[in-house]
Design a protein around this ligand. Structure first.
Ligand SMILES: *Cc1c(COP(=O)(O)O)cnc(C)c1O
Length: 411
């Protein structure tokens, strides 16, 4: 199968980039034939052949070159190579990434390309809602069955893997939505390898700046690039990366092209521009989140703060072990329950009432009245979603303004 790539910065002899942001800015970029400084938005469904023989050579893979944008597109290649470079920064290894139309397109393509009827997927109970529904409502129709457990308990994970050889995939998401729970990627990956099981990790909340699952043993990494990688809330996107380059270039590429969940060049252009400032943004997000967590923890109206940067969080050590910093996401519980949650949300002035995360502005959502409104109460409580729980994406505004807004809304 054709590998539609041209030489990239990393392939051309030149300076070895040693800084994280240097790679974020330059990796994946090719010199444009028209000398455009920024990668153009290649809004073209097909690519032309000089003569019929060239078409033959491209289809056979003998000649590199693009054919059809569902298969590959120069704007999209730049983003794929940039994210692959960041996920392996400093590791001395290569991975291949395939950009998708959304995080869910990346996750569903990954699961459909790696699992077959009769296989089981072991996962942690706190998981992105869409992934949870895919695993519990769609895949069972194909006889791919989820096994949902508390993977913070390593003995539980080991017993399940040992007693059920049908478990072929360990699907991790850490930190997880919306409880900010963390699971140990390194320990779980070693266990999975012992039982011949693949490991995937959703790295959306952490980003490659804070955590590199490939370093910790994951076979696959997925992202919703909609969040921190884009960083500005301007486009939906996702990526699936894998360490087995051969597999990614053959079977994974084939399934991706046939399922048709390809990204589009405009959204990808927005993603590329956003990623250049990822380190700067994450540093500020993280700094602000730590200050906000301490402020909330000391507030009399707040019953509990879930932030792995606070040492009372049960996953404090797991986060400290595998992440550069606990990150920008936190949640907290208001003492007054459902009505307190609604009142608080309605009083916010600068901070934005919305779902999603990973944008420059501070976003807050109230799962009990929004994302999880229709989930039965017992189920919500089992996932740690109480009526007064507020989820917060701490933005990059000046922290005194974030705290001032929270303060007046808590009053
Ligand atoms: C948003 C999100 C997804 C889904 O991504 P989309 O781009 O919305 O399809 C998957 N995992 C996590 C952790 C997310 O936050």
């Amino acid at each position: 199968m054709a590998d539609n790539t041209f030489p990239r910065i990393g392939d051309i002899p030149g300076p070895q980039l040693t800084g994280w942001s240097s790679v974020a800015v330059h990796a994946g970029h090719t010199k444009d034939p028209m000398y455009a400084h920024q990668v153009p938005i290649y809004a073209s469904s097909t690519y032309v052949f000089d003569e019929a023989e060239q078409g033959m050579r491209r289809f056979s893979g003998e000649e590199k070159g693009y054919i059809y944008s569902r298969w590959g597109n120069p704007t999209i290649t730049e983003a794929e190579e940039k994210i692959a470079a960041l996920e392996t920064f400093g590791l001395g290894m290569n991975v291949k990434g395939i950009l998708h139309a959304s995080g869910m397109a990346a996750i569903s393509t990954l699961l459909l390309a790696t699992l077959k009827p009769g296989d089981k997927v072991l996962t942690h109970y706190s998981l992105y809602g869409g992934t949870n529904e895919l695993l519990t409502k769609v895949l069972p129709g194909l006889h791919i069955i989820p096994v949902i457990a508390d993977l913070r308990n390593i003995d539980t994970a080991e017993q399940l893997l040992k007693n059920d050889p049908a478990i072929r995939m360990l699907y991790l998401e850490t930190p997880a939505n919306p409880t900010i729970q963390c699971v140990d990627i390194d320990v779980l990956s070693s266990l999975a390898r012992q039982y011949n099981c693949l490991v995937s990790c959703d790295n959306t909340f952490a980003t490659p700046y804070l955590q590199q699952p490939f370093r910790l043993g994951a076979d696959f990494v997925v992202h919703s690039t909609t969040k921190f990688l884009n960083g500005h809330g301007t486009a939906i996107g996702g990526i699936w990366l894998g360490r087995d380059i051969d597999f990614m270039q053959t079977h994974a590429t084939k399934v991706h092209r046939l399922l048709g969940g390809n990204a589009n060049p405009f959204d990808t252009f927005m993603l590329i521009q956003g990623m250049k400032t990822l380190e700067l943004r994450m540093e500020r997000h993280c700094h602000n989140a730590m200050e906000v967590a301490h402020y909330l923890a000391a507030h009399p109206a707040v019953a509990k703060v879930n932030y792995t940067g606070l040492d009372e969080h049960p996953d404090y050590y797991t986060a400290a072990k595998q992440m550069r910093h606990p990150g920008a996401m936190l949640s907290f519980e208001l003492k007054g329950g459902l009505q307190a949650g609604i009142d608080f949300m309605n009083k916010l002035q600068m901070c934005v009432r919305t779902v999603s995360l990973g944008t420059c502005d501070t976003l807050l959502s109230h799962p009990a009245s929004m994302t999880h409104y229709s989930v039965p109460k017992e189920e919500k409580e089992q996932y740690g979603i109480t009526d007064g729980l507020i989820r917060m994406n701490v933005g990059i505004e000046n922290v005194q303004d974030i705290i001032a807004d929270l303060d007046q809304a808590l009053h």
